[in-house]
Design a protein around this ligand. Sequence first.
Ligand code: NI
Length: 387
Amino acid sequence: MNIRSEIKKIEDKIIKWRRDFHKYPELSFQEIRTADQITKELKSMGLEPKINVGRTGVTADLKFGDGPMIGLRADMDALPIQETSGLEFASKNNGVMHACGHDGHIAMLLGTAYVLTQNKYPYQGTIRFIFQPAEEGEGGARYMIEDGCLNDLDQIYGIHVWNYQALGEVGVKAGPIMASADMFDIKIKGIGGHGAAPQGTVDTIIVASYLVQALQTIVSRNTNPLESTVITIGKINGGHNFNIIADQVSLSGTTRAYTESNRNLIKSRMKEIISGVAETYNAEIILDYKDGYPPTINHLEPSQLVLEAAQKVVGEKAGPPYLSMGGEDFAYYLQKIPGCFFFIGSAPNKNKLFETPHHCSHFNMDEQALLVGPSVYLNLIDKIMGN
Ligand code: NI
């Protein structure tokens, strides 16, 4: 690997930052200490950070001269998980853990800012460091956008450490890279009765059983098999007792798609199937469909630039990522301006890639990955702002 020498020099600093944020994780929109620490570090680098952007976010601009303006974004929230990693720098906050690697994202972006402020580069342009709250479900990106974090920006870039790929790999591609993540609740209402006398009732458990299976046919029969989609019903509630016909069942689930057209297809077919099932069984079925994050769709030219910047670090190990159907609110930025979201391989054990998945209580990363990300960023800035 060709780690940039400026980054290699501050390896201890980057790892120290990551471990400190890991030790004191904070949930979405509660990133108070986190934002304070970031602000303090940025100030000590000579930057003038803006605070309370998008509630608990922080941004800072570094101007080198006239030229393009690019944003580099790190998310900074943790998850409601009790850490079981046993690490010496494990979470001190009960029930809260950096189990997705956002601690590493903060450290990488601080490292990038440090190197850019402490060295002389012949750049033409401005870099905005964007520390965003609440990626895990609350869509902090939308609040950052409302508060103007994209104003004047030409492009935006973001990194995720990625335990599904080995250290020394960088996953990047143009087009969809993360899925849409919508949620839904379904309420089925019928007429209950005695378990021995189904006549005259509308058994909502029968209706629910049928509906769960029918909804899966959207994925298996309606969408193009070459385009990934997921419908998951994760929760069913209903019924009173073994000998009572249930008058109400509720279901909750999520849908995932890589394109807006599949996302809309799923939504419209759900409505059609639900109304058909309701009619078939004489039940009342109410769908409450909530739009979550849109698909994250990388733009062509920025993705090409990242690929070239990454190739300088990891050679041919830069390429198509290990994809998941996870969602990411970086999608909102990419709906507004061109940019690219990419993955830095960070699996702690390259022979057992799935042993430490994101969002698990023993999550950890290979901290050497935290040198790869900033190296890619520096190469990228060379390309965009160099002479
Ligand atoms: Ni994440």
